[in-house]
Design a protein around this ligand. Structure first.
Ligand SMILES: [Zn+2]
Length: 176
């Protein structure tokens, strides 16, 4: 399972997105679905999952928020977001599926408040900074501890990548 605290302790500057060469496209290591077009720290990721890993990207706090969602792992959350974004792409305003998708995204978004209550922030860059200063014995103490911290990609990220996302979301090719 993707442990945000462990992941955010990667060397400074290593958590940025890079493009995968088009011919190297593969399955996303987070959600398991086809269409990884980016890497973070050499891990292939799709556009829905990448913000959960790219804590060093300069605009990460505008593109993603930390939420408290112990019920779902990061990959399952990504598949839910992908389904909701797909509905927004194909359903006209007023269609029930579109309204349901918006309700799901709203509900997920409100869970940033629970994250802020628990750790004092919902900005990925702040968590990144905080966990980098944790002493090794703190990490040992939280060994095997379950965490409900997840990263939710938000509308600004979807809008910035709307063209590439519409290609990804309408591509029905099975994972290689
Ligand atoms: Zn993915």
């Amino acid at each position: 399972m993707h442990d945000l605290v462990v992941h955010f302790r990667a060397p400074k500057g290593s958590l940025t997105t890079r493009s995968l060469p088009a011919e190297a496209q593969t399955a996303c290591a987070c959600c398991g679905l086809a269409g990884a077009t980016l890497t973070v720290n050499d891990t292939p990721l799709c556009l829905v999952c990448a913000p959960a890993y790219a804590a060093d990207d300069t605009q990460i706090d505008q593109h993603a928020a930390i939420i408290w969602l112990p019920q779902l792992d990061q990959g399952s959350l990504s598949r839910l977001v992908r389904a909701a974004w797909s509905a927004l792409l194909v359903c006209a305003p007023g269609e029930p599926a579109r309204e349901q998708a918006l309700a799901i995204l709203d509900d997920l978004s409100t869970r940033r408040e629970a994250a802020a209550e628990k750790i004092g922030t919902y900005h990925p860059s702040r968590l990144r900074l905080a966990v980098s200063t944790l002493a090794p014995h703190h990490m040992l103490k939280r060994k095997d501890a379950a965490s409900g911290l997840r990263v939710l990609p938000v509308a600004a990220w979807r809008e910035q990548n709307s063209e590439a996302l519409s290609t990804l979301l309408t591509n029905r090719n099975p994972a290689p």
